[in-house]
Design a protein around this ligand. Structure first.
Ligand SMILES: Nc1ncnc2c1ncn2[C@@H]1O[C@H](COP(=O)(O)OP(=O)(O)OP(=O)(O)O)[C@@H](O)[C@H]1O
Ligand SMILES: [Mg+2]
Length: 349
């Protein structure tokens, strides 16, 4: 680590995680997270107003803990980065207002950054600068996209995306069908360990030849969710037990089969030698394993951040802010807005 690299503090409050991260260059110094997920669990989904209030309570202590962990004081900070979108507007406002107040108080620049781009760039903290170009597979609670990431991760070009549910949303909905707790993705992952992924042949969205020609890099998961629901209903109607582990494993296999086939297909078609995974679903153990074996077979290098960097956190925001600061990109004007629905291509103002 070079002391000449900027010390960047990142703030993430787009959904239910209050994250504060600190980096110098690409070195991770602190990654503090306070989650309000337990407060949402009984509603089966994130309640925006509950999330906003929880951010207000958590942001101050998280900032203090991050400074202690990193061994710095706020006056050492050279730049602040914050998620400006996409996300829940009330939740975003807490982070953005905090970041602007810090920037003004400390007399440092502020970068309003795109949460989706930071899910992709966070891998730099673990594996160094992203090769140019890299295929990004962004799979999270609200998004599922294949991306072409180039120009030092500053240009992100969408190749394809989900036409309906996001991968994480499909995990959460199917988990609910199986009476597993919210958020369901990690529960399906754990439950599937004891199941047979070949037990039930669930459909692979947009993988048959006609669909594949029209949507080579797009995804669709709502048909899969319906197929699981119908399969469970038929089983219940017949008075038979539900083999939860087999359903979880077979559903999970259908999702990760499509994700990895399309990511590797895009890399092959475009002649790109690297794939990076990002977003909460990238924490999935089967996705990581299948992506690894398919990339190896295709001679592609796979980069996957450790699970704690895949789900929402503040250090991914700091990582993107650090990249922008090091590249000499102009910081955001102080009046930059929160943008609850922000395309992956939109990054600073
Ligand atoms: N091990 C896992 N297996 C499958 N899904 C997982 C796993 N861990 C987390 N997820 C899923 O990841 C999603 C949360 O990811 P993330 O925090 O990136 O989403 P988000 O921030 O809510 O959405 P977005 O980034 O699109 O705004 C949830 O749907 C959750 O179920
Ligand atoms: Mg996210």
């Amino acid at each position: 680590m070079s002391a000449s690299e900027p010390l960047v503090l990142g703030i993430e409050t787009s959904c239910d995680e209050t994250g504060v991260g600190i980096v110098r260059g690409t070195d991770l110094l602190a990654n503090e997270i306070a989650s309000s997920v337990a407060e949402h669990a009984r509603f089966g989904g994130v309640v925006p107003e509950v999330a906003s209030r929880a951010h207000l309570e958590a942001i101050g202590p998280a900032l203090q803990r991050a400074c202690v962990t990193a061994g710095i004081t706020l006056t050492d900070v050279d730049a602040v980065a914050v998620t400006a979108g996409p996300g829940l507007v009330g939740a975003l406002i807490v982070g953005v207002a905090t970041a602007k107040a810090l920037a003004v108080g400390l007399g440092v620049p502020v970068y309003g950054v795109n949460h989706l781009a930071s899910h992709v760039v966070v891998d730099e903290l673990q594996h160094g600068p992203l090769p140019d170009p890299t295929i990004g597979l962004l799979v999270s609670g609200g998004h599922s996209s294949l991306l072409l990431v180039s120009d030092d991760a500053q240009v992100i070009q969408p190749l394809g995306q989900t036409l309906d549910d996001a991968a994480g949303e499909a995990f959460d909905k199917v988990a609910r069908l199986l009476d597993l707790p919210f958020p369901g993705g990690p529960w399906i992952d754990r439950t599937a360990v004891d199941g047979d992924p070949q037990a039930i042949a669930f459909p692979r969205g947009l993988m048959n030849p006609g669909d594949r020609d029209r949507h080579p890099y797009d995804f669709s998961f709502s048909g899969l969710k319906t197929a699981v629901s119908r399969w469970l209903a038929a089983r219940a109607a017949a008075g038979e037990d539900i083999p939860i582990a087999d359903v979880a494993a077979s559903f999970q296999e259908a999702v990760v089969d499509v994700l990895t086939a399309k990511a590797v297909g895009a890399a092959r078609d475009l002649g790109v030698g690297h794939i990076v995974l990002g977003g909460g679903v990238a924490a999935n153990s089967r996705l990581r394993a299948l992506a690894q074996s398919r990339c190896e077979a295709a001679g592609i290098t796979l980069r996957v951040p450790r699970p704690a960097l895949c789900t929402d956190n503040g250090v991914m925001v700091a990582a993107l802010g650090s990249r922008l600061a090091r590249a000499g990109v102009a910081s955001s004007p102080l009046e930059f807005p929160t943008t609850s629905s922000m395309a992956v291509t939109q990054r600073v103002w």
